[in-house]
Design a binder for this molecule. Structure first.
Ligand SMILES: [Ca+2]
Length: 456
């Protein structure tokens, strides 16, 4: 992870230039390459590419604009045998800068700079300098960043670029991403809808709030066999034996075919309605391209022939060694005084929600006990992948984690809860997110008001 750490160091150093600028800012931005930092900074091979000054409301990212003026700097850092990571840094004008630096990561196959996320963070009013990078490869040279069966993706054939993609850039902030498949009968969308609704009928009110959301799916004990088709029952309202077997296999999570060892965490009760993503688009975009490009170097490789024992070993050897990042040994980070605030949606259709819980438990075991002074996990009931889940429009989808992180890092106040607001249905509902294993309990009268909950 040296590459991205170096980039972060350089960017945070650059961020301090905001304070060093006398007026006028626009002129300073245009002549930034002559700043003593660049003339005297000889320890790095980072290159200054260009700088541009944007007055307020002048920079447009998908029809959202910068609230305060900024100086935009592009730079690059060479790495590996013949590779380059490109980064961009936004420096707020001095009156708005609060000596804070924030790096925005990438999603999916990366290869691009996420200006929308950058702007979202830049406009928080917290006075942060914001940076992001392309993670060391270009989406434009890799099928526009979209994996698909039979498509050659150059970056997956370059060891350095693979490591820059996941190992250096993404895994710092998210749990391991391994991808799974099942050979059981495919469940239809109607059957998935049936399952989620049945689960919610049984488990919604365990938390004391009737809102079609399960506060803690681990407390939900749903018997899928209650959906088994009875004699002469229309199969649109029940599950046939083969469909039941498929559902149980997904709830259980993929296991090795030779010794039954679990390979990946199960998907949670209440997340069923978007499982079709796993069976279709996600397999086509990630699992199959990674097998065809990175693991077998064969674009005609048929993922349906995957052997859930021997091929698992091959996968772990050829891909896992490069992209898995699930070590519980975060000693260096902790010893540097770092704080980790992790959030995860219970209804995330991309990653199994229990993964970060298991990672938390692994870290606790590694450190022999409580780690809440520097690591806290906040599970989001009804939450999706980095935001809203399509089936839970009533669930607040903006998580106010950055403010809590600032309090924790700068004032030593650990987050006892996190506010969530802004559900996709447009209501004013707010909720209280709690540090796992705590969950929110309603103690007041208004179930739509975070203030009426306590974490316990
Ligand atoms: Ca509920």
């Amino acid at each position: 992870m040296e590459l991205f750490i170096l980039a972060l160091f350089l960017l945070s150093s650059l961020a301090h230039l905001s304070n060093a600028w006398p007026q006028p800012h626009q002129q300073r931005c245009s002549t930034l390459s002559h700043h003593p930092f660049f003339l005297q900074n000889t320890h790095s091979s980072a290159k200054f590419l260009k700088s541009t000054y944007y007055p307020a409301k002048a920079l447009n990212a998908t029809n959202t604009f910068n609230e305060i003026p900024l100086c935009e700097i592009y730079g690059s850092i060479p790495y590996g045998s013949n590779n380059t990571l490109t980064f961009v840094l936004w420096l707020p004008d001095q009156p708005h800068y609060n000596d804070r630096f924030l790096a925005v990561g990438n999603g999916g196959m990366a290869g691009y700079i996420d200006y929308v996320q950058m702007l979202s963070q830049f406009n928080t009013g917290l006075g942060v300098a914001v940076a992001s990078s392309d993670a060391g490869h270009s989406a434009l040279l890799n099928n526009v960043g979209m994996g698909a069966p039979g498509v050659y993706l150059p970056y997956l054939h370059d060891r350095d670029q693979v490591q820059a993609w996941i190992h250096d850039a993404i895994s710092l902030f998210t749990p391991t991403a391994k991808h799974s498949n099942t050979t059981e009968t495919k469940l239809t969308q109607a059957e998935l809808n049936l399952m989620t609704n049945a689960v919610l009928d049984v488990c919604d009110e365990i938390d004391g709030v009737k809102d079609r959301v399960i506060e803690d799916p681990l407390k939900c004990h749903f018997d899928i066999d209650t959906l088994a088709c009875k004699p002469n029952q229309q199969s649109t309202t029940c599950l046939t034996p083969s469909k039941l077997a498929s559902a149980k296999a997904i709830y259980a999570g993929p296991r090795r075919s030779d010794n039954g060892k679990e390979l990946y965490a199960p998907f949670a009760l209440g997340s069923e309605i978007e499982w079709a993503l796993q069976e279709g688009p996600l397999a086509s975009a990630f699992s199959i391209p990674i097998l065809q490009n990175l693991v077998y170097d064969d674009l005609s490789y048929d993922a349906n022939t995957f052997n859930w024992a021997s091929d698992v070993d091959t996968l772990d050897a050829r891909a896992g060694t490069l992209i898995d990042e699930n070590s519980p040994n975060l000693s260096t980070y902790r010893n540097c005084g770092g704080k980790l605030l992790v959030s995860q949606g219970w209804a995330d259709p991309y990653n199994a929600a229990e993964l970060p819980i298991r990672h938390l438990q692994d870290i606790q075991s590694f450190f022999h006990g409580d780690i809440s002074d520097w690591y806290r996990l906040f599970m989001v009931p009804g939450g999706g992948h980095c935001g809203a889940a399509s089936y839970y429009p009533q669930v607040p989808a903006t998580y106010h984690v950055l403010e809590k992180l600032v309090e924790w890092v700068e004032r030593g106040v650990p987050p006892e809860s996190v506010l969530s607001s802004g559900p996709p249905d447009g209501s004013n509902t707010t909720r209280k997110l709690c540090p796992w294993p705590q969950t929110a309990s309603l103690v007041g009268r208004d179930s739509d008001d975070a203030a009426d909950y306590v974490c316990q």
